[in-house]
Design a binder for this molecule. Sequence first.
Ligand code: FAD
Length: 388
Amino acid sequence: VTATEGRCVAEDPPLALARYRAGLRAFLSSDRSLDAWRGAAEPSVEAMLEAHSALMAELATTGWSRHGWPAEAGGLGGDLRHRAVLYDELAAHDLPVPAQYALLETMAPAMLNFAPSLARKFLPAFLNGGEWWGQGFSEPDAGSDMASIRTQAVRDGNRYVLNGQKLWTTYGATATRLMCLVRTGEPSSRHRGLSMLFLDADSPGVELRPIALASGRNEVAEMFFQDVTVPCSRLVGAENDGWAVAMYLLQFERASYAWLTSAVLLAQLRRLRRELAGYGELAARTFARAYLDVVALRCSSIATVRRLADGETVGPEASVDKILLARAEQSVFDAARQLLEPVLEIGGAGVDAWRADWWYSRAATILGGSVEIQRSIVADRLLRLPRE
Ligand SMILES: Cc1cc2nc3c(=O)[nH]c(=O)nc-3n(C[C@H](O)[C@H](O)[C@H](O)COP(=O)(O)OP(=O)(O)OC[C@H]3O[C@@H](n4cnc5c(N)ncnc54)[C@H](O)[C@@H]3O)c2cc1C
């Protein structure tokens, strides 16, 4: 690793993890061009995504974010462990973990596994910050009950004609492409009649509308499809096999996202500690409780990351990480709210980001599958508790 030149050049990829981490640390702490992103708080989701895609471009150009991804994705080899180190080190160096990485972590493994030719064509642009994608699963009447999805794709020769609506798509309003779970079978076919389609957001008949959450930030979107034409070559997996693709994807959405977010939460705790003028006994206890929740998450998550990196199927166990993640996220921002009170409630310089993050943390028990659903998965499929 020639970290002195600020570039990550591996003669013999994949780079061993310890060398990768050491080189990355040297780069992140010495490269002054990164200072523009250090500690930055963007005023809107749109500005944040723009700044984060510029950082993704920088990390891809210098090679550091290309470790952990295979050549088909524009990567240099390695696995999820390299990506986990990248997220840890970015957060530890007061840099944002680009928000788009969470979407990449969610959708890229499924595309690599089920549609390698689409991956080769489209993933490199995502990895280098040139674009980001929306994950279109949820609908107005199909959230927890995903098998009741109604958005319909009707086969017409070598294309599908898509009609319907998706809801709550993270960063959907500005996404370039969309990975959507749609119905290709009979309306009553439940999970057996679903397919995963990958489409361009600028296709005629697609309408994307941003939704501002309680923070006022456009975190999510609703998407409308009216007679949208999608070539059959854009299927991810086989027709009517979308449920298997979605289940594969969800383990990454729950598990990789949990590790990535844990790195961000540790950085938030460091920031909170800096902002607290002095420690009282109560502050120390509140802070410690939040810290332990993050540590509990990381203890569980590290094992999951290793298993996914080794190519194992994690399946329902990813729900444990998702439950711990929701708890840790809310605990950290509740601690901030309690300790920075009443500033967080009233507002003022420097607290807007805390307030937006506190609001967003309320969604931690809902997005990616609600915590009640995760507990049911743990009860039914891991603990095998009796139904009653
Ligand atoms: C910030 C945010 C970002 C999101 N991003 C995306 C995205 O990018 N892509 C996407 O497809 N979706 C996204 N979602 C949607 C998310 O996946 C759904 O909100 C979630 O699955 C819950 O579905 P729902 O909102 O329809 O609620 P419902 O399914 O209607 O659930 C309402 C309540 O009932 C409970 N409930 C429902 N069924 C059961 C049951 N069987 N047992 C016990 N309790 C139950 C739930 O736990 C919940 O508390 C996002 C949501 C949020 C808030």
